[in-house]
Design a protein around this ligand. Structure first.
Ligand code: NAD
Length: 312
């Protein structure tokens, strides 16, 4: 199949490109390298079935011509701003890189009569619903970050474009995703800080924030299984693991793996890392499990494996 992947040089996108190439697909990857990099796709850059195009996926005409030239049959829309703290200061980043890229993908698909889409959404669309088991039918979605708002708006536009143009769309609401090639997030942050100073570690919040961490290869496995199945219409799935890991537990694991003993933890205080952060959530995964998909690794194991790969 001829596939366009936006944000394919990013952390998750690069893993997805690699797996889809292995399945014999032709991949065109569009990335503006704002957060992704050529290094992430270096190992398959010379594959004749892979092309890397640098450019801005929020530009409709640009995507339109790429889709036309490559006879694109399906789009995996992974491009977005993944630096939520950065957009807390500049909301426009999420308007452009998270929402406008989605609008441009949809409009370019409409012009080119492309019907199949996979969209990388997020738990952030639910907002803060502490104590509630979040299912895909949970209502009153109230995102509290600009990022969550832009993803929620993207889901709404996908719904309307799909109805008007008969698109078949798989939407996954990712939890925290980690693994080799990680470029941001709490694990990355702790390692960076401890490399600078191994005697103390600043921890945002009070360390009790507790989230499910999904290993990236488990995610890619599920994306391929469901989005390439030929399912008709728009389908939203929570995707993740049953257990969760606290920020304090991650700090302990990072210190242990890096051989840092007696590190002084300096908590910034409050029950969340930053304004817009949802400190805890829990997914109902019944719908995705009906596909026979279960992750190979628990949240704790995913953290361990990620540390092994990042620190090697
Ligand atoms: N990693 C997670 O924990 C997580 C959680 C929930 C959802 N997601 C979603 O999964 C997708 C991939 O995330 P990731 O963790 O790999 O982040 P990432 O930042 O590594 O990947 C996103 C890619 O999109 C590119 N990009 C951003 N704006 C662009 C634009 N205007 N034009 C072209 N390229 C653009 C970036 O350069 C980057 O390569 C994103 O949509 C993200 O919102 C990730």
């Amino acid at each position: 199949m001829n596939i366009l992947i936006t944000g394919g040089a990013g952390f998750i996108g690069a893993h997805l490109c690699r797996q889809l190439l292995k399945q014999g697909n032709r991949i065109v990857c569009v990335d503006n390298f704002e957060l992704g990099s050529r290094n992430n796709v270096e190992d398959f850059l010379k594959n004749p079935h892979f092309s890397l195009i640098e450019g801005d996926a929020s530009q409709i005409d640009f995507l339109d011509s790429i889709m036309a030239q490559n006879e694109t049959e399906m789009v995996f829309h992974m491009a977005a701003n993944s630096d939520i703290q950065k957009s807390a200061i500049s909301p426009e980043i999420d308007f452009v890189n998270t929402f406008s890229t989605t609008y441009s993908v949809l409009e370019a698909m409409r012009r080119n009569k492309i019907k199949k889409l996979f969209f990388a959404s997020t738990s952030a669309v639910y907002g803060e619903k502490t104590g509630c088991m979040l299912s895909e039918n949970t209502g009153d979605l109230s995102p509290i970050s600009y990022y969550g708002g832009a993803k929620f708006a993207s889901e709404a536009f996908i719904s309307s474009y799909s109805y008007m143009n008969d698109f078949d769309v798989t939407i996954f609401r990712f939890p925290n995703v980690i693994g080799p090639g990680l470029t941001h997030g709490v694990i990355f942050d702790f390692i960076r800080k401890l490399k600078n100073d191994s005697t103390r570690l600043e921890i945002l919040g009070d360390g009790t924030q507790r989230k499910p961490y999904l290993y990236v290869m488990d995610l890619v496995d599920a994306i391929q299984k469901v989005s390439l199945s030929g399912e008709k219409g728009v389908h939203i799935y929570n995707i993740g693991v049953e257990d969760a890991t606290t920020v304090k537990e991650i700090a302990d694991m990072v210190c242990k793996k890096m051989g840092c003993n007696g590190v002084q933890y300096l908590y910034t205080g409050g029950n969340r890392g930053w304004k817009g952060d949802v400190p805890q959530f829990q997914y109902d995964l019944t719908k995705i499990h009906k596909w026979g998909w279960y992750p190979q690794y628990t949240s704790h194991e995913a953290v361990e494996k990620t540390l092994d790969s990042v620190l090697q």
